[in-house]
Design a protein around this ligand. Structure first.
Ligand SMILES: C[S@@+](CC[C@H](N)C(=O)[O-])C[C@H]1O[C@@H](n2cnc3c(N)ncnc32)[C@H](O)[C@@H]1O
Length: 244
């Protein structure tokens, strides 16, 4: 019974997230009415457009107390290696769950989102940081189809629980590629299928094999796929190829 209630709640929050996305002014809708699972490279994942919710419930969901148990943020961050002197971009940063855990480790962290409310939320956290850390953080309001990185700006990029929201993903990854240094690393984490108690319903998830295909199609070199270390999510590491 508790399990069912958790499932319904997770679904509710997730649907709410989609609903909130649609209210962003001057932005095309991220999600379409009809639901169907993506099957080919770059197929957009079709997400529902209905749902109730508000910003506070999204924040509560992203920052929920149990998240540390299944998200294992320290372990996830260790996949990025030594971040000293590095610029890291967190695409779809939301509340900055990963962004602010990265700040003490890196030279600079760019928290990128398309939703102004999350940009404002991250900026409200920034002002509370000690000065050394404050100066390492920058929020950036991006576009649906472009993270707005400067050429070769990022050494490392993370995309956590956001990949399925991106449309025309191969094209998006190609654009992102330009914003990364040669040899730069991209870490993608998203939910595994199999009706898990956390995350969106299965039909709205992108499988790890599809992410791999899309990365390759965009010219990235997939260096690691880990489906075991996190209970609910896969971790994929890819590299921007260096010019020969
Ligand atoms: C489920 S939340 C994940 C937030 C954060 N990464 C985390 O793990 O807590 C997805 C976030 O991606 C953002 N988003 C959706 N589409 C995006 C896009 N095309 N580019 C950048 N951010 C996007 C949303 O506004 C939202 O903040």
């Amino acid at each position: 019974m508790k399990h069912i209630a958790t499932l319904i709640f997770s679904g509710f929050v997730w649907f709410a997230c989609q609903h909130e996305q649609k209210t962003i002014p001057d932005s095309p809708s991220l999600f379409k009415e009809k639901s169907a699972s993506a099957t080919t490279v770059s197929d957009p994942v079709v997400l529902p457009s209905t749902g109730e919710g508000n910003f506070e419930s999204l924040v509560a969901d992203f920052e929920s107390k149990d998240r540390g148990i299944w998200q294992k943020p320290e372990l996830v961050i260790s996949y990025l290696g030594d971040l000293k002197g590095k610029t890291v971009a967190d695409i779809g940063a939301g509340t900055g769950y990963f962004t602010f855990r990265l700040v003490p480790r890196a030279k600079k962290v760019i928290g990128i989102d398309i939703d102004l409310r999350f940009i404002n939320f991250m900026d409200s956290i920034k002002v509370r940081l000690p000065e050394t850390y404050r100066n390492r953080f920058e929020s950036r309001l991006a576009k649906y189809d472009d993270p707005l990185l400067k050429p070769e700006e990022a050494d490392k990029v993370v995309i956590v629980n956001t990949y399925a929201y991106i449309e025309n993903r191969v094209q998006y990854l190609k654009t992102l590629n330009k914003g990364m240094v040669p040899g730069g690393e991209l870490l993608i984490i998203d939910f595994k299928k199999n009706n898990l108690p956390i995350g969106p319903p299965d039909e709205f998830k992108v499988s790890s094999s599809q992410v791999e295909q899309e990365l390759k199609a965009a010219g990235f070199l997939v260096t690691k796929v880990d489906k075991e270390v996190l209970d609910y999510q896969y971790i994929i590491l890819a590299e921007k190829r260096t010019e020969k």
